[in-house]
Design a protein around this ligand. Structure first.
Ligand code: SF4
Length: 480
């Protein structure tokens, strides 16, 4: 069983954002959004909307028939010579991978970018067992050298400048590193080549898992993914159970949506299809291939109709790029490797609202994420549902908000539904506010209402519109 995760305090984290972060994030996200918009224009909005609808239906069909498709995928992977493991949670996934690593005397594991392995904290678990883990995606390699996690689900180090990366390489690798993109890439490439050849284990994620053939699909823009999955003698892929798609037809639609939404490309540079280990002596590749099907709370999400569509996510990152909150604070503020609107809804359910209950509130609810999501996830509806779960609690979670606030919110809701109670409440509040009122404002309120007035004054309650109107009529004047 996983230990209870530490609570994420989004508000406190947002006070720690370095001043350079918003500018760097906005510069990068503007580029991705511009590229995406150009490709959508090229395709035409009608066709794009049809693709989104098809993607939504394909993902919804897959997650509502997971039982059948996962079994189909498991059988197909086994038939192709791979080994399938089921992991209920992060601890079980770690244990399976550690057992495999021990059995194969692994000292060095190379990894391609995978949000599922970030989610289960795999690097820490392997390192604690004395196994060196090397991230090989360039962005992940950089943030690993820096000792931090990814700042974005697609482009982990996009907030760092060439100058910062060059300084990091000089410090950590002890090399001459000019602040020039090609030279920095060459340095990383040379370092990584040696490690690929030495590693005994390659670890990847999987963007999709095609049920009909048991094919793991990875979508990358760097060759490191292929090196991780083909050079070391053992390959382990950690794939969330939500990543299964029925067939290649659905996959084609989703691939078209993913690259366009993520980086504004028609297709990523490398789309790799892995259907088991090599089947004959002449073929090159790992001797063993293991697929870990990770649940870690996903089946619980599936049981909640209001939140089920969280699992449609294809991790394109478009909702991060468009989100005004993400653009103001960057990825680290979310305190979870998957950030932005998709991270907020995912983490609050995977970690629970006791630990990640601040994240559904990290949104303006402007709806830009809904509009851009290629698989039409109703992100703001899910955020609102989770906010309600945070405040009120439900069968899955205890309430986070204090009882007095919950009682106040319920009383407010009742008053808004009951006109006479609303009028009476208005009168009572107008009377109660007298000791706190200064020039039409309430600068300081007693606890727990002071959570608002600690930051800004609250406007004093005014007499209702009808009272005001009646007073004007009585005075014999009508407003123009
Ligand atoms: S929620 Fe939608 S836009 Fe956001 S990462 Fe997932 S698929 Fe992309």
């Amino acid at each position: 069983m996983n230990p209870a995760p530490a609570a994420i305090d989004f508000r406190a984290n947002s006070q720690q954002v370095p001043p350079s972060m918003p500018g760097a994030v906005q510069k990068a996200t503007a580029k991705f959004l511009g590229n995406r918009a150009a490709l959508v224009d090229l395709l035409g909005n009608d066709l794009w909307q049809q693709l989104r609808q098809a993607g939504h239906e394909a993902r919804l069909h897959a997650i509502t028939h997971l039982d059948a498709y996962l079994i189909q995928a498991e059988q197909a992977v086994a038939k192709a010579g791979g080994h399938v493991h089921w992991a209920r949670d992060a601890a079980e996934a770690q244990r399976i991978i550690l057992d495999l690593a021990r059995r194969h005397h692994v000292k060095l594991a190379v990894k391609s970018k995978s949000m599922a392995t970030e989610e289960i904290g795999l690097n820490h678990a392997l390192e604690a067992a004395g196994i060196r883990v090397l991230e090989t995606d360039l962005g992940e390699y950089i943030v690993q050298l820096k000792g931090v996690g990814p700042a974005h689900i697609v482009v982990p180090a996009f907030h760092l400048s060439k100058e910062e990366i060059a300084a990091l390489f000089r410090e950590k690798l002890g090399v001459e590193a000019p602040a020039e993109a090609q030279a920095l890439t060459q340095i990383a490439r040379q370092k990584l080549r040696e490690e690929f050849l030495a590693a005994e284990l390659g670890i990847s994620g999987g963007n999709f898992l095609v049920a009909e053939t048991g094919t793991i699909v990875t979508v990358t823009n760097e060759g490191n993914g292929r090196m991780c999955t083909t050079v070391p003698p053992v390959h382990v892929a950690v794939v969330g159970i939500d990543k299964v798609v029925p067939d290649w037809e659905s996959l084609t639609v989703l691939l078209k949506l993913l690259a366009r939404s993520a980086t504004g490309q028609k297709l990523s540079c490398y789309t790799q299809f892995i259907s088991g280990p090599p089947r004959s002596e002449g073929e090159t590749g790992p001797r063993e291939m293991h697929l870990i099907l990770l649940d870690n709370g996903r089946s619980r999400i599936l049981q909640t109709p209001e939140c089920r569509e969280t699992l449609l996510c294809i991790r394109c990152g478009a909702c991060l790029n468009i989100c005004p909150v993400y653009n103001s604070v960057g990825g680290y503020t979310y305190g979870y490797p998957i950030s932005g609107p998709t991270g907020a809804i995912f983490a609050a359910q995977i970690l629970g609202t006791q630990a990640a209950g601040s994240l559904p509130f990290a949104s303006t609810l402007c709806g830009a994420c809904n509009d851009i999501c290629p698989v039409k996830i109703p992100l703001t509806d899910i955020l609102l549902h989770l906010r309600q779960r945070v405040v009120e609690g439900d069968t899955l979670e205890r309430a986070v908000a204090p009882a007095v606030l919950r009682a106040g919110a319920r009383a407010g809701a009742l008053a808004l539904r009951t006109p006479w109670l609303y009028r009476l409440g208005g009168r009572v509040l107008a009377w109660l506010q007298i000791p706190f009122q200064r020039d039409g404002w309430l600068p300081r309120l007693p606890p727990p209402l002071n959570r608002w007035t600690l930051a800004r004054p609250f406007p004093a309650f005014q007499p209702g519109f009808r009272t005001w109107w009646r007073s004007r009529v009585r005075a014999g004047s009508r407003p123009q």
